[in-house]
Design a protein around this ligand. Sequence first.
Ligand code: UT7
Length: 380
Amino acid sequence: MTHAAITGWGKCLPPATLTNADLATIIDTNDDWIVQRTGIRERRITHVPAVQLTHVAAQRALACAGIEAGQLDLIVYGSCSADEAVPNTASGLQVLLGAKRAAAYDINTACTSFLYGLSTATALIKTGVVRTALVVGVEYISQYMDWSNRNVAVLFGDGAAAVVLQASDREEGLIGEALGCIADARQTLRVRGMGAVYGNRDVMLGDTQWDFDGQEIFKRAVHGMSEASNTVLAKCGKTIADIDLLVPHQANLRIIEAVGKRIGASMDRTFLTVHKYGNMSAATVPVALVEAIEAGRVQPGNLLLMPAFGAGLTLCSHLVRWGERVTPIATSDAELPPFEGTALDLVGALRAKKEPAGRSAAGSLPSPLASSLMVPVLPR
Ligand code: UT7
């Protein structure tokens, strides 16, 4: 039987860091509240379009796997904030990488998009449709944030990560998953302004309103992630005692702790990034996975459990058997273009789009941020 081994991994975090103290200068909040209720201390804000973050993460993942972009049969671009809908953003990444042979599609299940992408790419490898795939999780949430709403503005950040999957005879990679969607709660998280239904309604990019029932999402997330974890463990004939490391979606430290308590996983077996990146939606789990490997928390043959939830409300839990290699075959020197400003500069420019004077044209936005924030630098 063919399996889909994870042979490469890479991340790309934008350098601009928005602290809780920074946020307190623009909305009515404070470090104590954010840390106590969420565990988040800071998050990153990107100065480049999401596909550029992804390009760097992907080059690092390819070098780590020791393969060229031309060897990819498939690119799966997991995101709910893709730079473009038509053409899809996966095709833009294909051009940037020069991965000419690769089929390319976007997948959007919000925060679970990377893991759903891992499921589909693994299935295509197991069934022999493709042999080598790149799966990315990336998010440019800051662009769609309602920066006047403290209920949501403190929770999210930007970032990207990617993994390379290769066909293998050994039983490794994704060995089982549980997927689900609590659609009767889909109204608990809706970003008004994202999507075609808002087109031609005088709603400009980033002019969003978030419907967000935090407490309801919290309850559903804890229940959904725990149930999905128990389901996949039972399905694969494993128990929580078999799990070496939990790499969960990181929306709120209290959610992670509650899930751990329900499924019987102690926090010392849980890898955390929420304090430094917040919720990067689809990028959260792959960034945490890359950092867990870099920190030596993933060892050859380890069993990893990755529960997640997102808008929809989609939920899942993925069981991954790690292979023999925990170090990169090679490294890439790919880097983002430098950024001299601050995260508050970037947020300031995004907020400026909401001012009446900024509504009519991108040209009225502060320069030079305007060009990078408003015009995705995608290949033509
Ligand atoms: O990937 C999916 C993304 N969604 C989520 O992960 C959301 C899951 N939910 C949560 O993480 C939590 O529900 C939140 C962090 C969003 C909120 O925590 P909470 O403990 O449920 O707080 P709350 O909504 O009950 O609000 C408590 C108080 C309220 O004031 P009053 O009504 O008690 O006077 C809020 O207005 O905290 C106030 N508040 C804030 N205060 C300072 C809400 N946001 C803030 C803020 N700073 N940023």
